[in-house]
Structures are given as structure tokens and as C-alpha cells.
Write a protein that binds this ligand. Structure first.
Ligand SMILES: [Fe+2]
Length: 352
């Protein structure tokens, strides 16, 4: 059956200090820093980093709002971890690799007959590397070669106090199919469980609720990709006809368009439609992530924004080395099929 949702597009987290996050995501997770920009909501200049595989593909993108100003609280009603797909037989490499970096981790475990290793970001968020067949092109570093590198998302795990209503949301509103239960984990797939198409609900009935706001050490939301703006507005209409009537307006995120709803279990769920040229709107393939980019409507405030951001150094392996794919032929953005929302912040009001 065809579904509007095609799989995970990105997952957004709130780490602490910006440089700590850049170093962990690029050097330990081996991800490519794909984009440096800023949070487009509110009046406070906060970085927005995007990390992904060699091609910066949807389904591999972790995004970070470094939010040292306030700690978050991990708990139920939250994304509890994201899973990266690694080649079969490489889990021992990853255990040695994270130990070399002094990263907190658990023993190798198994769920739904797949081996995984759980590791922790210094700010507190958890990840898994999971052995799976996946042919997407990985980014590589001096320590992580292509034969062991993470390909992109395998999926994500969400902590919920009750399964039933969150299951109904995933099945009826997002088009997922329940495929199994392993202890407290309930597994759902979309698009046949391909890359980024797997979600596990972790049933934790006694776990206190986690925070919903931006806060260091927590995941903030998960985004699922849809084909285009028409599908995005159709998804909003579907939410509303099912009674999920707090779906947001459709927001212009420059590289894509986004619409948000709070799911019954508490997790904020975004649906996302790419715009023409996506991450290549303002950088060539070999330049991705090497400088701060702002959407055109914030460019006049560049000096005010830069003066309020902590400087970061892009690791050597994430600086331009070669084109990873041919520059795309520019595609004219089509006329939006519905009205788009933008926040017009005044960053000069925030103290330096
Ligand atoms: Fe998002």
C-alpha cells in the first residue's frame, strides 16, 4: 500500500557545547557535517548543524541545536535513541573505536535478532549502531573506512508509557505496519522497513515523562519524509480528519518545508518535503558544511548572529576534499501549493 510517509527524514537533538557536538558527531560517529545554519524559530541565535552520510541523504540526517543554556530531562514521551546501520560483522570495530575515544557504551546486545551497540554522546543522548544490509554511501574519516562506516539511519526508538494510542497514531496517521514484539520493544515499519523505515516503541509504563522543550541532553523531534508539498498538505489534512487537530502550519525551513504535530505518546513528529536542490541551494557538493549559511531572509542580520554564536572549528576530514556527487542541475522551485510560515526574528535584541 502506498503511504504519504516514506521513512525517517531527520532526527533533531539538543546537545550541549557546539564544538563538543561537532567533534563527537564527526569523529566518533563518523558523520559528515553537511550544513551549518541557525535555528529559524525565536529570537536567540542558536546553531543548527546537520550531519549525514556522504551524500547528505534524507534518512541519514541528525540535526543539532546546541543548547547549553538549559538542561533537558530524559524520560518517557521522548525519542530515546537513534540507530545507525553498520555493515554486518563490524560491531567489534565500533566497540574498539568508541573505547579509543573514551565514549560511554554498553555491551553488545541483540534485539529482533540483530546485534547492536549502545553508545552515549557526552551531553547524554544515546545512539545505537546496528548491523544491517545497507548500500548507501557512507562518509569516511581517517579512523572509519568505508567497509565499517555507518550508512545512515536504521531507525529510532521512542519511550512511551502506553503502547496502544501511539501504535494507532503510527498505523492510522503515518501508515506504518506493526511487524513484531521483542520483550518491551514493539517494532513498526514503513516502506517495507528500508533504510530509515523502522521505529521501535519501548514500553516503559513507569518511566517519568521527559521534557518537551529544547534542553541539553535530549532528542527534540523526529521528522518523516514525504514526496512533495502536495503530500505534506495531504498529511496535515489526514491528521485533522483523524482528530489530531493541533498540526502546525507548514513552515519554510529553506532546505525543506515542515509541519509538526504532538503524537499521543508525547513525541513531537514532523513531516518534511524537500524543496528543489535541497542542501545544494547554497553550497556545492564539495563545500557542504564548511561555513555558516543563512536563509536569505536572515542574511541582513549575519553580523548580529555571528557575534552571538560560539566559534566552531570544522574537523579536517569534513573540509572539502572532492565532489562526492556531480553538482545537481538547478531546478526551479515550484510554486507552493499552500501558504508557508516563516519566523522573522530580530537577533539584535539578544545580548551579546
Ligand atoms: Fe526538524
Amino acid at each position: 500500500m502506498s503511504t504519504l510517509v516514506k521513512g525517517i527524514h531527520h532526527i533533531t537533538q539538543c546537545p550541549g557545547p557546539a564544538q563538543q557536538d561537532v567533534d563527537f558527531c564527526t569523529q566518533v560517529l563518523g558523520q559528515r557535517l553537511v550544513k551549518q545554519t541557525v535555528l529559524l524559530d525565536g529570537n536567540i541565535p542558536i546553531y543548527h548543524f546537520y550531519y549525514g552520510n556522504a551524500d547528505g541523504e534524507p534518512g541519514s540526517i541528525t540535526t543539532s541545536f546546541p543548547y547549553s543554556r538549559k538542561p533537558g530531562r530524559a524520560g518517557s514521551g521522548q525519542i530515546s535513541l537513534l540507530s545507525y546501520a553498520i555493515p554486518k560483522g563490524t560491531i567489534s570495530f565500533w566497540k574498539e573505536h568508541v573505547e579509543r575515544h573514551g565514549v560511554d557504551h554498553d555491551d553488545v546486545q541483540e534485539r529482533f535478532a540483530r546485534k547492536y551497540l549502545r553508545i552515549r554522546h557526552p551531553a547524554g543522548m544515546q545512539y545505537e549502531v546496528v548491523e544491517a544490509d545497507d548500500c548507501r554511501r557512507p562518509w569516511t574519516t581517517k579512523q572509519i573506512s568505508a567497509d565499517v562506516a555507518a550508512r545512515g539511519f536504521f531507525g529510532a526508538v521512542m519511550s512511551v508509557r502506553s503502547i496502544a494510542e501511539q501504535e494507532q497514531f503510527f498505523v492510522d496517521a503515518l501508515g506504518f505496519r506493526k511487524v513484531g514484539v521483542d520483550g518491551p520493544y514493539h517494532r513498526f515499519e514503513v516502506s517495507g522497513g528500508g533504510p530509515g523505515g523502522t521505529i521501535d516503541l519501548h514500553h516503559e509504563p513507569d518511566r517519568a515523562p521527559g521534557s518537551w522543550s529544547f534542553g541539553a541532553g535530549t532528542f527534540h523531534h523526529i521528522a518523516f519524509g514525504v514526496d512533495n508539498d502536495e503530500a505534506l498538505f495531504a498529511q496535515k489534512a489526514l491528521y485533522e480528519e483523524l482528530g489530531y487537530t493541533d498540526a502546525s502550519e507548514v513552515k519554510d525551513r529553506y532546505y525543506f518545508h515542515s509541519m509538526y504535530v504532538r503524537s499521543p505518546g508525547g513525541i513531537l513528529v514532523e513531516c518534511t518535503a524537500n524543496v528543489a536542490n535541497g542542501f545544494y541551494r547554497d553550497e556545492t557538493p564539495e563545500e557542504l558544511g564548511t561555513r555558516l549559511n543563512l536563509p536569505p531572509w536572515y542574511e541582513s542580520q549575519r553580523a548580529d548572529i555571528l557575534a552571538r554564536l560560539e566559534p566552531v572549528t570544522v574537523p579536517e576530514e569534513n573540509r572539502p576534499r572532492r565532489a562526492t556527487k556531480p553538482a545537481p542541475t538547478p531546478v526551479a522551485a515550484g510554486a507552493p501549493v499552500g501558504s508557508l510560515s516563516r519566523t522573522n526574528a530580530d537577533f539584535s535584541r539578544y545580548p551579546r
